[in-house]
Design a protein around this ligand. Structure first.
Ligand code: CA
Length: 230
């Protein structure tokens, strides 16, 4: 059984475990805390969480052993916590199968951002196995070369402009709110002005629409958000 919103925090220092779980809960996750490795392994046999935050130095069964155990059973994302930079060789940790690591002391907000980023990364690799060029009307986007052409003419887009157009074109006619687009493309919706999306849409219209004040493709759905009309 896999739980989509559940995070396991495996950390023997109560103060660290407490602050981490507090911030994660505030961000909408369900959190289970384990203060030793053996109990964590027992729980993992019953329920596979969406992500594991794992302290390396634990009494009994340590973080390395838990990582090996998890990796033998699938690809649940792991973020490692480590007390000092020297305590852990980053390469070794990532080669062992951690998706990211955080050095103590760390900011809980930073950890929550990492959790979101790792979840986004790992879930998007499932969604997008092969990225083939998209052709809609005169417009062609190649995600491999990042080349965009309109009626055969190359047009220059910034990285974010490309990602936004690519995303909307992949889901034609589907309406996305500014918050959804921020979350998908910028990730940190808490820190970025939603107006950023509006600005990018406007610039894209200037580049791909015949008349940017009467767009035919990048449409505003009033009161909701934006969509791509093929
Ligand atoms: Ca520890």
């Amino acid at each position: 059984m896999v739980s989509e919103n559940q995070i396991f925090v495996i950390e023997d220092e109560p103060s660290v475990a407490e602050v981490v779980s507090l911030y994660l809960r505030r961000s909408g996750f369900s959190v289970s805390v384990f203060h030793d490795g053996k109990k964590a392994l027992e729980a993992l046999q019953d329920l596979m969480p969406a992500l594991v935050i794992l302290d390396l130095m634990l009494p009994g069964v340590d973080g390395w052993e838990i990582t090996r155990w998890l990796r033998a059973r699938g690809d649940v994302p792991i973020i490692m916590l480590t007390a000092r930079r020297e305590e852990m060789n980053r390469i070794a940790g990532l080669e062992m199968g951690a998706d990211d690591y955080v050095v103590k002391p760390f900011s809980p907000q930073e950890l929550v951002s990492r959790v979101r980023a790792v979840l986004r990364r790992t879930s998007s690799t499932v969604e997008e196995p092969i990225e083939k060029p998209l052709m809609i009307g005169d417009l062609q986007l190649d995600p491999q070369t990042r080349l965009v052409t309109l009626a055969g003419q190359e047009i220059g887009l910034t990285v974010k402009e490309f990602e936004l157009l690519w995303f909307l074109m992949r889901y034609p006619r589907q309406v996305f709110t500014r918050d959804q687009l921020l979350e998908k493309l910028w990730g940190l919706s808490d820190y970025i002005d939603p107006g950023t999306v509006t600005v990018h849409i406007r610039r894209l219209r200037e580049k791909i629409e015949k008349n940017s004040s009467e767009p035919e493709h990048l449409l505003t759905v009033w009161g909701v958000g934006y969509k791509f009309e093929p």
